[in-house]
Design a protein around this ligand. Structure first.
Ligand code: PMP
Length: 315
């Protein structure tokens, strides 16, 4: 992966090589950091880079930081502006991924959340697919369990909690799968290592509720709107048993990285026909139009990078 050229670092844009921390940094030692993951989509017809739902992403980023008791001296608008300044400086003319990070920057020994000083960085890199097999993902049910809200809250993107996702992903890939689904402590399906989960049964889409140790995905919210308002599906948030996915008509993942990906096999069992089904296919088509700024109705979710500050403030 090519490194970024620049970074937003504590309020300033600096060369990436200057955005450095020491090995004693608290977040590096104890996982006391929160991050975000945002996509920018290049629209070649308009020669424009659109960031998808930047304010919603920054809002969740600030909530994740709040879970870690971080007192950040930046508002949502400050961070969105910093992100766009960075993107203009990088000058991407291709799809990209944006990674905000708030981390306890103190170089000290002592595990805690209080009396520490958070720093902020944002970087962006050109980015294509996160999962190669978006049209047909083969997943396993992980032998790991999802972190619990009373251990490390999954609703925030807390760096330390992603060791749980790393266990899940590595074991799945080493066993020959593309991804894994992970169960809660109570045995219900929660999500993938970095994706929200949905199953389709009898024309109804079901997805685990936010009380089932999932990340409250921005794409999840987008999917709710598109399914209900454009494709006419009912979406219910409810606990999902492991074996419900075996008998589902379709299943899929959503996430900034994975976008919309069809789950077509679970532990060698075909889901529905074993091929991407009609709902996921329609949803993918719609989603890619929306994120690239090609659907007028949802244009407000797509913030243009190469425009004036005034237009940025409205996004
Ligand atoms: N769950 C987890 C664990 C994730 O890391 C992600 C990726 N951010 C998601 C779900 C999807 O969230 P979003 O749609 O906001 O990218």
């Amino acid at each position: 992966m090519a490194l970024p050229n620049y970074a937003y670092f504590d309020g300033r844009i600096v060369p990436y090589s200057e955005a450095k921390v020491g090995v004693l940094t608290h977040a590096l030692n104890y996982g006391t950091a929160a991050f975000g993951g945002v996509r920018g989509y290049w629209n070649s017809d308009e020669e424009q880079l659109f960031v998808f739902r930047p304010h919603d992403h920054v809002k969740r980023f600030l909530q994740s930081a709040k879970l870690l008791c971080m007192d950040l001296p930046y508002t949502e608008d400050d961070l969105v502006k910093g992100m766009f300044d960075l993107l203009r400086t990088e000058g991407h003319r291709a799809d990209c991924y944006i990674r905000p990070l708030a981390f306890m920057g103190d170089e000290i020994i002592g595990v805690r959340l209080h009396n520490l000083h958070p720093s902020i960085s944002i970087v962006s890199i050109p980015f294509g697919r996160y999962v190669e097999a978006e049209e047909g993902v083969h997943v396993t049910i992980s032998s790991w369990r999802r972190v619990d809200d009373n251990s490390i809250p999954a609703r925030g993107k807390i760096a330390g909690a992603y060791v749980n996702s790393a266990f899940i992903k590595t074991d799945a890939e080493r066993a020959g799968f593309d991804e894994a689904l992970v169960l809660n402590q109570d045995g219900h399906l929660s999500e993938g290592s970095a994706e929200n989960l949905y199953i389709v049964r009898n024309g109804v889409v079901a997805t685990p509720p936010v009380t089932d140790n999932i990340l409250e995905g921005i794409t999840r919210r987008t999917v709710f709107t598109l399914l209900r308002d454009e494709l006419g599906f009912e979406v219910v948030e409810r606990p999902i048993d492991r074996t419900e996915i075996y008998v589902a008509d379709e299943a899929f993942f959503s996430g900034t990285g994975v976008q919309i990906a069809a789950i077509t096999r679970v532990d060698h069992r075909p889901i529905g026909s074993g091929k991407m089904g009609p709902l996921v296919s329609d949803l993918r088509e719609l989603y890619f139009n929306v994120v690239r700024g090609k659907a007028q109705k949802y244009r407000h979710w797509c913030a243009p990078v190469y425009e004036t500050e005034r237009e940025l403030a409205k996004a």
